[in-house]
Structure formats: structure tokens, C-alpha cells
Design a protein around this ligand. Structure first.
Ligand SMILES: Nc1c(NC[C@H](O)[C@H](O)[C@H](O)CO)[nH]c(=O)[nH]c1=O
Ligand SMILES: CC(=O)[C@@H](O)COP(=O)(O)O
Length: 203
């Protein structure tokens, strides 16, 4: 049944998203790389459209979809540790320079700001799972979806689920904007918007 008033997909946010202060990590698989590359391209163009600066879009790859949760967690933790180290270096520098005597020590809000700046505001995990002839697909899809949700909830960093779970190649291509049908759509564009939207979400 077709209904002209029904829009399948995500509605644009009510207010324009300004991602100019955000730092976003994209982690993508090297499995099914031709399709994944198109999804990464769609995601990046959406981040840029929302004002995220090219220098603040960090792209890393892992082998397959199963590696996405562990890879994302490792990179998030590394970025957080680097920020903490940066804070101690700044403190050491100020102490050495005698700035604390002039009341210029780093306060807790400065520290929070530095740590926040070093860490990611959102992470987008991109992969393409295509069903084969064994139960491999089902196990991986289940593990990855639960794993990515856990990474997001455990770290507090919004994690976008950019993993296609398709029954055949055609379904995957359609969803990466590479298919033949008029309704083909690169889902990466929605994932970029979701990341900026979640990063900016506040009361
Ligand atoms: N079949 C697909 C895989 N399989 C590989 C696993 O994700 C994983 O890399 C391996 O089991 C080693 O841990 N990965 C995809 O991304 N897409 C597939 O269709
Ligand atoms: C473990 C594998 O990568 C492989 O045996 C899975 O096979 P299929 O994709 O046909 O289910």
C-alpha cells in the first residue's frame, strides 16, 4: 500500500544544527569496502553540511563489523586519556612558569573543558553485514548492535549505529545510494545528522 503523505525515514530537526564546535569520530569496516566507502562519503558530507570542521572529523578503520564496538571503545578511551595527559602537561607548565602565583592555575572548569575538547562528541560506526549461508550474520548482527549500544551507554559518548544488516548485496547498495531504484538513499547522510543531533542534545 502506498501513501503519498508517509515519509519513510528521519524528519529534519526542528532547529538548524550547528556542529562547528564538535569533534566526531567515524569508525568503519574494511569488509564490503566498496559499499562502506559510499556510506562513509555520505556521512562525511552530512557532517560538513551541519558545520563540522574537516579537521574535527577523524576516520579510523577496523577489519569487520564484529570489531566495531571494541575499536570504538578503544579509540574513545585513548582520546580521553590523551586529554587527561594534556591537562597535567598544562598544569606542569603553569607551575613551572610560576603562573599559580599570579592566580592563573587551571581551575576544575578549565580542566573539564580541556578534557571535553580532546574527547569525541559523537562516534559513528559504519559497516555492512550481508547474509551468507551460515548463522554467522545473525550472531555478528546481534553482537554488534548490543555492543555498540553498550559503548554509547557506558562511555556517555553518543554512538550512531551505521551498520546495514542486509539479506543480499542489492539491499546494501540501495541503502548506500548505489542501487538502481529511484528510492535509493545513502543512509550515511542520516547517520551524520543523528551524530550532530545527539552531540548537541541538551535540556
Ligand atoms: N560477514 C561479514 C563480516 N564478517 C567478519 C567479522 O565481522 C569479523 O571481522 C571476523 O569474524 C573476525 O572477528 N564482517 C562484516 O563487516 N560484514 C560481513 O558481511
Ligand atoms: C566465518 C565466516 O566468515 C564464514 O564462514 C561465514 O559464512 P557465511 O557468510 O556464508 O554465513
Amino acid at each position: 500500500m502506498s501513501d503519498a503523505s508517509f515519509h519513510k525515514g528521519v524528519k529534519d530537526p526542528e532547529t538548524e544544527l550547528d556542529g562547528s564546535s564538535l569533534k566526531v569520530l567515524i569508525v568503519h569496516t574494511r569488509w564490503n569496502s566498496e559499499i562502506v566507502e559510499q556510506l562513509v562519503h555520505g556521512t562525511k558530507s552530512s557532517l560538513l553540511k551541519h558545520g563540522v570542521k574537516p579537521i574535527n572529523i577523524i576516520v579510523r578503520s577496523v577489519s569487520g563489523a564484529y570489531e566495531l564496538p571494541g575499536g570504538a571503545l578503544k579509540l574513545i578511551r585513548q582520546a580521553q586519556h590523551e586529554s587527561v595527559n594534556l591537562v597535567s602537561n598544562v598544569e606542569d607548565f603553569l607551575t613551572t612558569a610560576g603562573a599559580e602565583l599570579a592566580g592563573r592555575t587551571t581551575g576544575s572548569s578549565d580542566k573539564e573543558e580541556i578534557v571535553k575538547r580532546g574527547a569525541f562528541d559523537a562516534v559513528i560506526c559504519i559497516g555492512v553485514l550481508i547474509k551468507g549461508s551460515t548463522m554467522h550474520f545473525e550472531y555478528i548482527a546481534d553482537a554488534v548492535s548490543h555492543g555498540l549500544m553498550r559503548v554509547g551507554l557506558d562511555t556517555g559518548v553518543p554512538v550512531v549505529f551505521g551498520v546495514l544488516t542486509c539479506l543480499d548485496d542489492e539491499q546494501a547498495k540501495e541503502r548506500a545510494g548505489m542501487g538502481q531504484s529511484a528510492s535509493r538513499h545513502n543512509h550515511g547522510t542520516d547517520w551524520g545528522t543523528a551524530a550532530v543531533d545527539m552531540a548537541l542534545l541538551q535540556v
